[in-house]
Design a protein around this ligand. Structure first.
Ligand code: AMP
Ligand code: MG
Length: 401
């Protein structure tokens, strides 16, 4: 048996980041991972400009009660003339500051009449001017390789005039569900059958992380069928996830099927609940991760153990999202010989602080607990956890992203 942390680290490092790279336009960038360090090439802002609607002048020209002639109206996008002594330039947010001006006064502190303006409040030196390069200087680091891109990064890239970015190829994930009892949703079901929920669930989890569920197959519980399916998946995909058939039952044939393909099984049982049977095999340079069949276990194992490997192969720099510590509400003390991951909801207590409430039925087949949960609370092995104890909280918004 392996400890959870060991298993997590082992799996996270089971494969290298994808070698495939491509350039995508900014429209396609959200959800992709930056593949190169980028430096700024232009100063932002590129020139001194006004932070206000108002007037630019020389501070030295200001006197209480003085009326200064308006030399020019300069709109955002216009190029102003140099400021003549004793004059002001009317300008607007984003207008360039004319040469010679050293302050901007906002229009609320002025009276304009007959092309002359009176400034009613003494300006502070340099006020309301956004300086060239105060945001970003040309040559400064802009974004680091491994950054997952979203709207904020798109804004930064666009501000530099970039229309496309280098990103890692989209990770292609193959999914194999197993079991003679399973039928696909949408079709008829015999009394002894259940619908295949893991297939669609894993495809959605993969897609939710910005990877592509490139091929989703189902195999019957025969070594032949499993071997054929694994072959097809390995031919198409960078990473293969199988689910079910990896325990010690007579029909648990995933292990022999992988061995027959030359898979070297580098990991077997993980001391965690739910989800004990987890296996990693390398076939060539491609990892195959075998997850437990119970949908809840598969979901938890994907979040806790598989998602760091997916991030790594996607090229992301952050493999392990943050874990916080929050008080657990529990009606009875809890203790288990394995690390236990409870499905919990993060809520605001009466005092406004966050606390964790466990789902009532923690059975590993209880699919209804999944949409209810916001995250997983980690209870240490062999330690009694009491009501109000702080425990590590894995927020699934982060761990499944
Ligand atoms: P196994 O590890 O194959 O013995 O599966 C453990 C449990 O999970 C059994 O009750 C299976 O019926 C169930 N199970 C396995 N695969 C799936 C699936 N794709 N969808 C729903 N339930 C599954
Ligand atoms: Mg099975």
């Amino acid at each position: 048996m392996l400890d959870f942390d060991q298993a997590q680290t082992l799996l996270a490092n089971a494969a290298a980041p994808l070698a495939r790279r491509e350039h995508v336009g900014l429209d396609e960038a959200p959800g992709r991972v930056l593949a190169a360090d980028l430096a700024a090439t232009v100063d932002i802002p590129p020139a001194d400009n006004s932070a206000m609607d108002g007037y630019a002048l020389r501070l030295a020209d200001w006197r209480p009660g003085a009326r200064l002639p308006v030399q020019q109206r300069c709109y955002a996008g216009d190029t102003p003339q140099p400021l003549k002594p004793g004059h002001v330039v009317r300008l607007f947010t984003g207008s360039l500051i004319p040469d010679g001006a050293d302050v901007v006064v906002m229009q609320e502190d002025t009276h304009e009449a007959d092309e002359q303006v009176e400034i009613t409040r003494e300006p502070r030196p340099g006020q309301h001017i956004r300086r060239r390069g105060e945001d970003t200087l040309a040559g400064a680091p802009l974004l680091a390789a491994g950054t997952p891109l979203h709207a904020a990064h798109v804004a930064l890239l666009a501000s530099q005039g970039l229309a496309s970015v280098p990103v890692y190829g989209r990770l292609r994930v193959g999914i194999l569900t197993t079991g003679d009892e399973l039928v696909a949703p949408g079709g008829p079901r015999e009394p002894a059958q259940i619908y295949n929920s893991n297939g669609p669930m894993l495809a959605a989890l993969v897609r939710g992380m910005g990877a592509e569920p490139a091929l989703v197959l189902h195999a019957r519980d025969t070594e032949d069928d499993l071997r054929g399916a694994f072959k097809a998946l390995l031919a198409e995909c960078d990473l293969v996830l199988s689910v079910g058939g990896v325990s010690v039952g007579e029909r648990d044939l995933v292990k022999p099927a992988l061995a027959a393909l030359g898979g070297e099984l580098s990991l077997w049982k993980v001391r965690m609940k739910p989800g004990k049977p987890v296996a990693l095999a390398m076939i060539g340079d491609k990892p195959v991760v075998s997850l437990p069949g119970n949908p809840v276990s598969a979901y938890a194992v994907f979040a806790m153990l598989v998602s760091p490997l997916v991030r790594r192969m996607q090229g992301r720099a952050e493999l392990f999202p943050p874990v916080s510590r929050l008080p657990l509400r529990t009606e009875h003390p809890r203790q288990d010989s394995r690390e236990e991951f409870l499905r919990v909801q993060r809520r605001a207590a009466d005092d406004g602080n966050a606390e964790l409430v466990p789902y009532g039925h923690q059975g590993s087949g209880v699919i209804s607990s999944l949409p209810w949960s916001t995250g997983l609370a980690r209870l240490p092995a062999g330690v009694q956890v009491q009501d109000g104890d702080r425990v590590p909280y894995y927020d699934l918004r982060h761990w499944l992203a």
